[in-house]
Design a protein around this ligand. Sequence first.
Ligand code: SAH
Ligand code: SF4
Length: 311
Amino acid sequence: MHWIYERHALSINEITELSKDLRERLSETAYISSLKLLDRQISKDGTEKFLFGLEDGETIESVLIPDEDRLTLCISSQVGCAMCCKFCLTGKMGLKRNLQAHEIIDQIISVIRSIKPRQLTNIVLMGMGEPLANFDNVIEALWRIVRFMKISPRRITLSTSGIVPKMLELPKKAPMVNLAISLNATTDEARDYIMPVNKAYPIKALLDACHRFPLPPRRRITFEYVMLKGFNDSDEDAKRLISLLKGIPSKVNLIPFNPYEGSEFKTPDDKRILKFQDILIKGNITALIRKSKGQDILAACGQLKAKYKLE
Ligand code: SAH
Ligand code: SF4
């Protein structure tokens, strides 16, 4: 475990702590997996996008985001996504398949190897896919990341579109990672339209689950709110958001919509976003505007689609 998860050995033969004979015998039945790095793009703002090939030829993306004293890696949990959110390019691909636990972890190991001597500080499951729709593999990966790679669960964030039963199962089965919820709307009518998952688990059920979520002391749930011009960015939305979050230790990340070709939505003006944030702050809500990074290389939230040859 130490050689694989901390020293990042690429083959069993490298594990010189084991006898030659044992290494040879092990190599007959096992190998150490790794991802094929197909492409690496660097944005003007320092964000880096890694395109990885899997053993069956599918591809996934991971994004490295430097920010002041942090170096965050955003990893994928599925090839594509079945949740069909209207504003998200990954959602447009549909689901190809779940990632296995080792494929989730190999993204981290590959990136750690390629950025030496820089070191990752945080990991977010916010890349391609809905992590809670690939529950068992994600949980297995989280345990190995925490136990074998020795990364603290406080430095890991899992983001979900809101699969309520799995959200409640998560703290019983997984290490206590941070939770982020993609809320993105303040009425069921609007959320139904942009996030079909809302028809199964509407806003009230989602927020009830947040109230019941066993948060460790001083931790808060992050609510992501993609701002879509003229759709969910009004003063009324901001006020409704304040009352929805009442009683939940929370902070809000406002993410201006990242446009892509053919999308039906637009990004609100800065003035509108600032006004929305101001209303939240006056309502005693911690609200940050997360200007997306890496837009020039299509590495920003919702822009991942892992096509090697860009259309
Ligand atoms: N499936 C999970 C995690 C991956 S999506 C989830 O939905 O939470 C990560 C974040 O990107 C989500 O909060 C989602 O709302 C946001 N997002 C998706 N498409 C976007 C876009 N085009 N612009 C800005 N944010 C987007
Ligand atoms: Fe899937 Fe998240 Fe994109 Fe929705 S926003 S389609 S859940 S990746």
